[in-house]
Design a protein around this ligand. Sequence first.
Ligand code: SF4
Length: 443
Amino acid sequence: MALTGIQIFKLTPKKNCKECGFPTCMAFSMKVAAGAVPIEKCPHMSDDALASLSEATAPPMKTIKVGPADNEIVLGGETVLFRHEKTLVNRNRFAVTVTAANADEKLAAIPVVDYERIGERMYVEFINVKYTGEGADAYVELVKKAAACGGRALVLDVEDVDVAKAAVEAVKDQRPVLNGATPDNYAAMNDVAKAANVTLGVKAGDINTIVDTLAALEKAGNKNMFFNCPTTSAKEALAVAVQLRRNALKDGNRSVGYPSIVDLAAIAPGDLHMQAALAAVFTLKYGSIIIMEDMTYAPANALYALRQNIFTDPQKPMKVAPGIYPLNGATADSVCSLTVDFALTYFVVSGELERSGVPCNLLITDAGGMSVLTAWSAGKLSAGTISKFITEEVQDKINNRTLIIPGKVAILKGELDAKLPDWNIVVGTREAVQIVKFMKDFA
Ligand code: SF4
């Protein structure tokens, strides 16, 4: 059962040293009780207290880490069912399935979708390598080929224990998911997964058998697992994903608190439009690894944008780091254009500046992650903040003394002229869409 803040507080060292990032041990305890920070953030907890608190205060859903060390993927660890309750912490990931019959064509297509959207790389993160009876040697070769496809994590979709053992042995350094434990083979599959220290995927036909198999594996000491939603129908898969997530988070049933795998390539084979529609459903409702037959730009644009919307923390402003961003080959002699650190503003403005083709240093000032007018009205973007930023962060690094400010804060020009007498303050456009013409005329 979840502990209260007071119960946790009784076990803290009560030093109020602030090393955990909170002003008092009581404030820290309250956050731990709410599941917002791990108990390990306090470096002064005794081993006994840690042992008794770690399990009780851990999120009811396990956090599972898979994939190559240089591109580790974290899944699970959720504490709430809905984004509006608090925040969803680990976004779902998309996989494309490959078999021996289509490997060359699919592996060549997977890297095609790879782009950046609001600071996040959008690409196919997992390759689901499906065993189709070709034999251990051929499957191992297929797995190695998939592993060579540019830093993606692997799901080994194989239920034959001997084949699984050979495949895991070949790529265990890349920490694949061994997705093949069934009610019939789970003991042997568990031995393979534990020996190679990889995550195990549990497959079963219905919710009761999934729960029983997870429980049996936990009893055997494995808490590093995924469960597969049934592939009999989309309705059945969604029911299992929702019921097990609710059971873990609302009822505190930790034994079903594992991330899920949803194989849409098996649920709607050959129907790419249906797979894209279902991928949207499972992005919203509790798919952790969503497997599709293909990922082209058309579904990717919609699915990755949806995912980014759902998994962006609504309590944290979307910010980019303040600083100087040279665009179009800008040097210290290029003109400067200033805007705020709100991520959407940054991406829109930098995109338009890049489209203009004019070398320019984009200056991003700390405005608390607000848009231009909001920051100005909140006092976060003023002649004082801009001149301080220019004096302390910019003028030693940039020789050019022309500064373009957003047209929406044209009112600041007079004050800036006074505070930055060496600079030529130019009022820019009110809207980003006007930037290309403005910069071309300006150059
Ligand atoms: S680091 Fe530990 S001892 Fe220090 S304030 Fe935080 S909880 Fe208290």
